[in-house]
Write a protein that binds this ligand. Structure first.
Ligand code: UN1
Length: 478
C-alpha cells in the first residue's frame, strides 16, 4: 500500500496514524494511506511558513510566475493520469475528472500571469509636493481548507493566487480526497517551491483545521465547505481579526419560462442538477417551472434523468458516479424519504446495488413541491432536484430569491426582457442565462451572497482582494 505524508518545510513528514483513502465506487479498493498530523503538525507548518514568508514575499514576479507555470504545465501534461486518481478517489466520471485537472492546470497558468500583473496606483495628493502610492502586499501566512468535491480545482484556485501574490501557505485538504492534494504538493515541491512556502497538513478538520483557524500567525483563512463549519470559522476569525473568505452551500434556482427552448432547458437542468452526482455547491436543486411548459418539460427531464447511467466512474458509458461516502449517501436517502412525505411524487432516488460495493444512488426528481418544504430550503448535496410550478415571471423571481443562500441562479428563456430582468433581480453571486447553474470559468470571480459566501471573491484578478493587503504610502519631496 502506498503511504503518503504531509509536506512541512520542504520535507515529507511521517506522523504515523495512517488513514485509508477509499474508492467510493468500490470500497474494497484503497487508493493510498495518508499520515494524519495533529495540532503540533500545524504549529510546525505555520512556523516554517512564517520563516519562509519574508524571502518569498521579496522574490521577483518572474520566480513566482515560473513556479506556477511549471505546475500548471505539469498538471496539463498529466491530466489523464491525475484525472484517473481523481475519479477513483472522488467518484466523478473520468471525463469530468480529467476536465477538472485541466481546470486546475489553467488556474495555475492564469495566476502565473497574474504574478506579473500585480501593480498599484499613483495619486497626486490634495497637498503640495506629495505623491501617494497605493500598493498591494502579501498577507503573510494563509491557511487554506479545501473540500472533497473539487479535490484538485479548489486547492488550485486557493493555492495558486496565494503563492502568486507572495504568501506562504498551509493547506488542510478534505479527509476524503487526500490524493489530489498530494499531487499539488508534489508538483510544487518538485518544481522548486522553496521549503516552507507551501505546506500540506493531513488530519481531522476538528484537530488540524481548528488549529489552523486559531493559530495567531495565520493571517487569513480561505475555506470551502459546509455552512455550519464556515459560520463557526467566521466567528473565530472575527474575534482574532483574521481575514476570512468562505464559500459554503447553495440551493440554486433554475427558472424555466414558457418561452424557453425546450432542449436547452432540459440540457441545462440535467447537467446542473445531476452531473458530478449533484455534489456541487453550484448545483441546480430548485427547478422553478412556468405552468405552460411545466408538463412537457417535466416529462422530458424525467425521461432524460431516468436514462442516465449510474456506475463506475472509469467506465466510459457511466454518466453519474457514486456518492462520496456512506454518511452522504445516508443523508441523501433520508432526504428522498422526506420528499416522499413532502412532494406529490418522487421519481428515482433509490440506492443501487451494482457489481462493486459502492455508494451508488439513482438520481431523483421531486415533483409537485413548494418552496417552503424542507427539501427546498436545505442543501442536500446529492443527485436530486425539485420541481416548483409557478404562474408567471414575477412569481418565479420571488421564489428563486426566497432562500437563505445566494450562490448561483439561472434562467432558461428566449426572451431578452426576461433574461435582462432576471439578471438584474436575482440575488446571487453568479447568474446563468440558458446555461446550467454549475460549471464556471477559471479566470473570472467566483462567489455568492447571503448565506453562501462571506468575504472577497475567489478567482480571476479579484482574488487579489483576499490574498493581499493594501498599503497607501505618502511621499513628500518638497
Ligand atoms: C463549478 O460549478 O464549476 O464546491 C464549480 C463547489 C464550488 C465549485 C463549483 N465551490 O461546488
Amino acid at each position: 500500500m502506498t503511504k503518503h505524508m504531509s509536506l512541512i518545510d520542504g520535507q515529507w513528514a511521517d506522523f504515523g496514524n495512517f488513514q485509508p483513502d477509499i474508492n467510493p465506487a468500490n470500497t474494497e479498493e484503497v487508493i493510498g494511506e495518508f499520515s494524519y498530523g495533529d495540532a503540533s503538525a500545524v504549529d510546525a507548518a505555520v512556523e516554517a511558513a512564517t520563516r519562509a514568508a519574508p524571502e518569498w514575499a521579496a522574490t521577483t514576479p518572474q520566480v513566482r510566475h515560473d513556479l506556477l507555470a511549471a505546475v500548471g504545465n505539469a498538471l496539463g501534461a498529466n491530466a489523464a493520469d491525475y484525472g484517473r486518481i481523481l475519479a477513483r478517489e472522488e467518484g466523478k466520471t473520468l471525463p469530468e475528472a480529467i476536465g477538472e485537472v485541466g481546470r486546475a492546470s489553467q488556474v495555475f497558468k492564469f495566476f502565473a500571469g497574474e504574478a506579473l500583473r500585480i501593480g498599484g496606483q499613483l495619486h497626486p495628493s490634495v497637498r503640495p509636493d506629495i505623491d501617494i502610492e497605493v500598493t498591494r502586499e502579501p498577507v503573510g501566512v494563509v491557511g487554506l481548507i479545501t473540500p472533497w468535491n473539487f479535490p484538485i480545482a479548489i486547492p488550485a484556485w486557493k493555492a495558486a493566487p496565494a503563492l502568486a501574490y507572495g504568501n506562504c501557505v498551509v493547506m488542510k485538504p478534505a479527509d476524503l480526497t487526500p490524493a489530489c492534494a498530494q499531487i499539488i504538493a508534489k508538483l510544487l515541491h518538485e518544481n522548486g517551491c522553496p521549503p516552507g512556502v507551501f505546506n500540506l497538513v493531513y488530519g481531522r478538520g476538528s484537530v488540524v483545521g481548528e488549529a489552523l483557524v486559531n493559530h495567531p500567525d495565520v493571517g487569513a483563512i480561505s475555506f470551502t465547505g459546509s455552512a455550519e463549519v464556515g459560520n463557526r470559522m467566521a466567528e473565530i476569525c472575527g474575534k482574532l481579526r483574521k481575514k476570512i473568505q468562505l464559500e459554503m452551500g447553495g440551493k440554486n434556482p433554475m427558472v424555466v419560462m414558457d418561452d424557453a427552448d425546450m432542449d436547452v432547458a432540459v440540457g441545462a437542468c440535467l447537467n446542473g442538477a445531476f452531473f458530478s452526482t449533484g455534489q456541487r455547491c453550484t448545483a441546480s436543486s430548485r427547478l422553478i417551472v412556468q405552468a405552460g411548459i411545466h408538463d412537457a418539460f417535466v416529462e422530458k427531464l424525467r425521461d432524460a434523468m431516468v436514462a442516465l447511467k449510474v456506475g463506475d466512474p472509469l467506465d466510459e458509458t457511466t454518466q453519474i458516479g457514486p456518492v462520496i461516502d456512506e454518511t452522504q449517501l445516508k443523508s441523501n436517502l433520508d432526504y428522498v424519504d422526506l420528499a416522499k412525505q413532502e412532494a406529490s411524487d418522487v421519481v428515482g432516488g433509490e440506492r443501487l446495488e451494482l457489481s462493486t460495493p459502492g455508494f451508488f444512488q439513482a438520481p431523483a426528481l421531486f415533483l409537485g413541491t413548494t418552496n417552503d418544504m424542507r427539501i427546498n430550503r436545505e442543501e442536500i448535496f446529492g443527485p436530486t432536484a425539485s420541481i416548483i410550478k409557478v404562474g408567471d415571471f414575477e412569481e418565479a423571481v420571488a421564489i428563486a430569491n426566497d432562500t437563505e443562500f445566494g450562490l448561483s441562479s439561472g434562467i432558461c428563456t428566449t426572451s431578452l426582457k426576461h433574461a435582462r430582468e432576471y439578471r438584474r433581480r436575482a440575488q446571487a453571486g453568479m447568474l446563468m442565462v440558458n446555461l446550467p447553474t454549475a460549471g464556471v470559468d477559471y479566470h473570472v470571480p467566483f462567489g455568492g451572497r447571503k448565506g453562501s459566501s462571506f468575504g472577497p471573491r475567489e478567482q480571476g484578478s479579484f482574488a487579489a482582494e483576499f490574498y493581499t493587503i493594501v498599503k497607501t504610502s505618502y511621499v513628500f519631496s518638497g
